[in-house]
Write a protein that binds this ligand. Structure first.
Ligand SMILES: *Cc1c(COP(=O)(O)O)cnc(C)c1O
Length: 398
């Protein structure tokens, strides 16, 4: 029988050599970014690996970050925290968003720190700890101005007093008081000083309640790089870990971050068309000259934002060429002009620094600008059909 190669079945894992596109993740870049940020902030790093490590792979990024000296991992959900534990990661993990009826026992048993923002959550955590016969370690979150999670000042006194009662009873240990910033991307924004003041007050109230938190933390990437007064004992680093500058001001600073992800694909169709040819759905683009069109097998189902239509470009044949017409679910069309192009030619969708040369591949920040969003949304949107391939994995041994 002729060799037909492996058959694709319902449980076939998409490996890079069979996928239409791959996200190449450079784990040495992740490690280098951790070292850079640790040096600039002079503060230990909590690596934020929520949302599958901003689309890069939570486990792989966690190992690379820990290997480079990050001391904590942060995730949003209990499921994400437990997945890290199942993968064999024993480092300190903080999980910060929970249902009120969460299975807190599983988190306590897995030695995951539980962020707590409300009285009912605290009571449920304490109940689970009592049932389990093991204390829960919690990190109490104050709302200092973001108005998302965290307890507002009117509720903070009750929350800290209740936590202290549970400490005395032996069911809960408060390791940290923490909060999250609203607008650290704008250096010198008055909200930063206001939030620091509110945070200091929250810490005072917690201490008056008898708590003695070993850790205080407030800073995200932007604050870690630009606002020393927010750093305290730990900086929670998300976007900068992945090599994307959190704001224009850090981009123009002396801090060099290396993008961890390069999104690559391949030309799967090439055609020469005359002037007046309409391209993709909706008759929204018509060629104004005879040109060559190259088909890119990536679309919004893979995370290319449909709203980037008319602005987006990719790198092909050593030049930036525009995507023309609608970005469809699975594909989009590149106008190559008179550039020579062949089936199978490599395409780089993004992967450069934001300040790269005009002919270099676009950056994640370019895509974010084209789509009117932030780099976080671009990275977390990269879909499951895109295979992840890891390079420089030796940097991850911990
Ligand atoms: C996502 C997140 C971060 C990381 O923010 P970046 O701006 O990406 O560094 C930090 N802390 C909390 C609570 C978060 O939810």
């Amino acid at each position: 029988m002729p060799d037909e190669g492996p058959r694709l079945g319902p449980h076939t894992v998409v490996t890079p050599d069979r996928a239409l596109a791959e996200a190449v993740v450079d784990l040495a870049a992740v490690g280098g970014n951790v070292r850079t940020i640790t040096a600039v902030a002079e503060t230990p790093v909590l690596a934020v690996v929520k949302a599958n490590g901003f689309g890069h792979g939570a486990f792989e990024v966690a190992r690379a970050a820990l290997g480079a000296g990050a001391t904590w991992l942060g995730v949003t959900s209990a499921a994400e925290a437990l997945a890290l534990r199942s993968a064999g990661i024993g480092a300190p993990v903080l999980s910060w968003l929970h249902r009120p009826d969460e299975d807190f026992a599983a988190l306590i048993a897995a030695s995951v720190d539980i962020a707590v923002s409300t009285g009912p959550h605290l009571d449920a955590v304490a109940r689970s700890a009592r049932d389990l016969g093991a204390p829960a370690v919690v990190q109490l979150k104050a709302d200092t101005g973001l108005s998302r999670n965290g307890a507002v000042s009117a509720d903070w006194s009750d929350l800290t007093s209740a936590a202290r009662r549970y400490e005395v009873e032996g069911t809960v240990q408060v390791r940290a008081v923490w909060s999250h910033l609203t607008n650290a991307e704008v250096p010198g924004c008055p909200s930063i000083a206001q939030q620091v003041a509110a945070f200091e007050e929250a810490v005072r109230v917690a201490r008056r309640a008898g708590l003695d938190p070993a850790l205080l933390h407030l800073a995200n990437s932007a604050a870690a790089l630009t606002a020393a007064e927010t750093r305290y004992d730990l900086c929670r680093i998300g976007i900068a870990l992945y090599g994307v500058h959190p704001s224009h001001s850090t981009r123009t600073s002396a801090v060099t971050l290396r993008p961890a992800m390069t999104l690559r694909s391949t030309v799967v169709n090439v055609k020469r068309v005359p002037a007046g040819t309409s391209v993709s759905y909706g008759l929204r683009h018509v060629t104004d000259r005879s040109t060559t069109l190259a088909l890119l097998p990536l679309g919004f189902g893979d995370g290319l934002p449909r709203t980037a239509e008319g602005r987006a470009a990719v790198q092909l044949g050593g030049a930036r060429r525009p995507i023309v017409g609608r970005i469809a679910m699975d594909q989009c069309v590149i106008d190559v002009g008179d550039l020579p192009v062949a089936l199978g030619d490599p395409v780089v969708v993004f992967g450069s620094d934001d300040d790269a040369a005009p002919d270099a591949a676009p950056s994640v920040a370019d895509w974010a600008r084209w789509a009117g969003t932030n780099p976080h949304e671009i990275l977390t949107g990269i879909g499951a059909r895109v295979a992840r391939r890891y390079v420089n994995t030796e940097a991850t041994i911990v």
